[in-house]
Ligand binder design. Structure first.
Ligand code: AMP
Length: 437
């Protein structure tokens, strides 16, 4: 909560302030403080926020404000001014309930429609004027094709939980809906994470959007120990293999940025005698299922995944998560480490960070308001580099075969005593410097 700002400061209309007061809200949540002023100005929005942050009021309040300040003289039946798309019927119902709550002191009308139920009562309801329609994509398109719904009057579009919509395969439906909407409109996109697919969708539907982001409320819960090791990108495979072997981790989920990177890492780990598997979009469904069930029942100790592949996996409460690379957006970091340290069980998240990722590291620390704890690994010495290796995927980088020369120098579990300065010192070892016999 922002202790200085009030809802009145945001400039919302009086009936909305009353509704917010009735709901018992004293101050806007961070997403509300960031999103409301921008939406009130009519701009497009790309927001990273998930359920629990107050995002629904974040878009609903300024939308209601817009409708109040720009009333229509005549309202046509079945021709809403605002469309909110959600992935599931549960979310649709919940959002529409919030719309009603915040609109209770106004005459603004809302309606929710979703599939899996009789369409006829919805057709009847659409014969009355509605200002705000909350819908799931499939049923919405049914109505549009039956001409029981006219989307040509939509002034504001909201895509809620857009990442989930894409996960559920709604991309074509979303594109079909977009084609039915006026080009001149305000669009707001909410998503828990910003994957490349979300970025592509946003690029096509948003006009110079303002980007706002908030962390999950329970982000970086105190139960997750967050550590960081500075390492050259080209050393990371070697280093991680060493850490996993020496620490005896038996269930670790490793995130890589690319599918190719996931494959290369899994191959390296297998070569070093670990049971590891990669899981990503290029793998067949059966290969993914096999890897996942192996991981769950303990046959596979290391699962290497891209963010997108990991999203749909029902694996939670892991003891150990590793970021082989930091994600490009800090919210994805929160999402990743959210898989560990749940429901009272402690977890640990380790990030391998190359110099080129320092900016990302700082952004994560700003978002989570926590500094990751720098650690060093005893008994591991980076392989020698004839020259700085900039290219993460440079073939042969990583000093293959050198593991054995350092392995005997255990114990090599991550040790926590070294400070950031120490970590930084180890970041750029002179070629061959510090190698143990
Ligand atoms: P949402 O993220 O939109 O699903 O909202 C999560 C919960 O936060 C809902 O139960 C809201 O009623 C509540 N909420 C939203 N805004 C505020 C606020 N400013 N102060 C307190 N609670 C809020």
């Amino acid at each position: 909560m922002n202790s200085e700002l009030s809802f009145a400061d945001l400039g919302l209309a009086e009936p909305l302030l009353r509704a917010v007061h009735d709901a018992g809200y004293t101050h806007p949540t961070p997403i509300q403080a960031q999103a409301i002023p921008h939406v009130l100005q009519g701009g497009d929005l790309l927001a990273a926020a998930q359920t629990g942050t107050g995002k629904t009021a974040g878009f609903t309040l300024p939308i209601l404000d817009h409708l109040l300040r720009h009333p229509q003289k005549t309202r046509s039946p079945g021709r809403p001014r605002v469309l909110v798309l959600t992935p599931t019927r549960e979310l649709a119902a919940q959002v529409e309930e919030s719309v009603r709550l915040y609109a209770r002191h106004t005459r603004i009308q809302s309606l929710v429609i979703f599939g899996g139920v009789n369409i006829n009562p919805q057709i009847t309801a659409l014969k009355k004027p509605q200002d705000i329609l909350v819908a799931t994509p499939g049923r919405l398109l049914d109505h549009a094709s039956q001409k029981t719904l006219d989307l040509s009057g939509v002034e504001i579009l909201v895509l809620d939980e857009a990442d989930r919509m894409l996960d559920m395969g709604f991309i074509h439906d979303i594109r079909r809906v977009l084609r039915l909407l006026p080009k001149a409109r305000q669009s707001l996109l909410f998503s828990a994470t910003f994957s490349d697919d979300i970025r592509a969708l946003a690029h096509g539907m948003l006009d110079h959007p303002e980007e706002v982001s908030v962390a999950r409320r329970n982000a970086a819960s105190g139960l997750v120990r967050q550590k960081v090791i500075m390492a050259r990108q080209s050393d990371k495979r070697d280093l991680l293999s060493h850490i996993i072997r020496e620490s005896g981790w038996h269930q670790v989920l490793v995130f890589t940025r690319t599918k190719h990177g996931a494959n290369r890492l899994a191959e390296k780990l297998v070569k070093d005698g670990l049971s590891a598997a990669a899981i990503h979009g290029n793998k067949s469904q059966s290969a993914r299922t096999r890897a996942l069930s192996g991981f769950k029942d303990g046959k596979v100790a290391v699962l290497v995944a891209t963010d997108i592949a990991a999203r749909g996996l029902d694996i939670e409460q892991l003891p150990q998560v590793v970021n082989f690379e930091l994600p490009n957006v800090p919210e994805d970091y929160v999402h990743r480490i959210g898989r560990t340290g749940r429901a009272g069980s402690p977890g640990s998240a380790l990030s391998l960070v190359d110099d080129s990722e320092i900016k990302l590291l700082r952004a994560i620390e700003r978002l989570t308001r926590q500094n990751l704890e720098p650690i060093t690994i005893e008994g591991w010495v980076p392989p020698a580099h004839p020259e700085p290796a900039q290219d993460a995927e440079r073939p042969g980088a990583g000093g293959r075969g050198r593991v054995h020369s350092t392995r005997s120098a255990s114990p090599a579990t991550p040790t926590d005593r070294a400070g950031r300065a120490h970590a930084a010192r180890r970041r750029r070892p002179a070629p061959m410097a510090g190698r143990r016999p």
